[in-house]
Write a protein that binds this ligand. Structure first.
Ligand code: KG4
Ligand code: ZN
Length: 345
């Protein structure tokens, strides 16, 4: 089975062709980051317009790189939720047009389900390029991106088999990185820059500027708005730090966010009695998170599965794969499929 996946929920126009076994035959991602950078965040109207410009060329390229035409496909999958309504609509229209014209089945995919299953994608050709192991069900997954931060119990690929165990009450983790980076004058998106600076910083040296995120011990919810406000107050009082002081502040901020993500993910796995932990979302690129999660899992005897970066950030392959599983289960959507801003999870 070969399925085309189209993703336009936020600021990446992406398309990919994937088999139901998870083999990635092509994966094209066109980022809008440079367009939104002057605004310090994603502007919905700008996103939708750029998706409209990019979606047809991106889909064409995905088909051509996979060496297939629309007639060879077994179905078309598209992100239908959650996301920016106008942005989702562009992908949906493209998917519907293609599915209708080629006479192929259409399936909508929940973007978060795509992220949670991205660990099964095989890039670069299995078995030789089979660069990482895959978990078996059930597993506990931490999904941390610019738009979402939550922990899930995943018993299978169907929506009904995925349960949210805890989520952020305010900002997403990536959003917190981006907002703090903006406060520090580091540009957008700020996660990678803060990560790089934090590597050369001493968290203890800036501990007074950043409170530890010690939420109620048993809670699996996150809250990142307080730490962002603490950094804002620090900058208002003392000005933007530079040099080593900047690196120390980044290390303290990142350390607090990472500690919360790691502690609660490990706590969730233990509470559920599950020994497999999976990471997903753009924040999974964070070196501090990868290192501390690996160490914590090792200590507790948990197996950690971290997909390659291209599978963690927004992409069409995870949508194609989740869609292929829906198609394989005999599920279909009609041309009435509408965008929804909220997840079904
Ligand atoms: O999953 P993603 O590509 O897009 C969505 O938000 O869906 O995630 C992007 C987010 C941004 O907030 C970005 O700052 C953050 O992931 N990010 C990072 C790192 N790389 C990307 N955050 C911390 N450390 C990183 N190395
Ligand atoms: Zn995403």
């Amino acid at each position: 089975m070969r399925v085309l996946g189209i993703e336009t929920s936020c600021d990446e126009t992406a398309a990919a062709v994937v088999t139901e076994g998870g083999d990635v035959l092509s994966d094209v991602v066109r980022s809008q980051v440079a367009l939104h950078a002057p605004y310090g965040g994603v502007v919905p109207e700008v996103a939708a317009r750029d998706h409209a410009r990019a979606v047809v060329p991106v889909v064409r390229e995905a088909l051509s790189r996979a060496g297939v035409s629309a007639a060879d496909l077994d179905g078309v999958a598209v992100t239908s939720r959650p996301g920016l309504a106008g942005a989702l609509l562009v992908g949906l229209q493209a998917a519907k047009g293609l599915a209708w014209a080629a006479g192929k089945p259409l399936v909508g995919v929940d973007h978060l389900v795509g992220h949670l299953l991205a660990v099964f994608l095989r890039r670069g050709g299995a078995p030789l390029g089979d660069e990482h192991e895959r978990p078996s069900f059930p597993y506990v997954a931490l999904l941390a991106s610019g738009g979402h931060t939550a922990i899930y119990r995943v018993d299978g690929p169907a929506i009904g088999a995925i349960r949210e165990l805890g989520a952020t009450r305010d900002d997403a983790a990536g959003e917190a990185f981006d907002k703090v980076a903006k406060l520090l004058g580091l540009g957008y998106p700020g996660g990678p820059v803060v990560d790089r600076l934090a590597a050369g910083g001493d968290a203890a040296a800036a501990a007074d500027a950043v409170p530890a995120l010690m939420a109620r011990k048993e809670s699996l919810e996150f809250s990142f708005s307080g730490i962002k406000s603490a950094v804002a107050r620090h900058v208002a009082k003392r000005g933007r730090p530079e040099g080593q002081a900047l690196r120390d502040l980044c290390a303290a901020f990142q350390g607090a966010v990472v500690d919360a993500l790691v502690q609660k993910t490990v706590r969730a796995a233990r509470a559920e009695g599950i020994e497999r932990v999976v990471l997903g979302g753009g924040v999974a690129a964070n070196q501090g998170l990868r290192a501390k999660m690996a160490a914590a899992c090792e200590r507790r005897g948990l197996a950690l599965f971290v997909p390659p970066l291209a599978s963690c950030t927004d992409n069409g392959a995870m949508i194609a794969y989740a869609g292929a599983l829906r198609l394989a289960a005999g599920e279909r959507d009609t041309l009435d499929l509408a965008p929804e801003t909220r997840t079904a999870l």
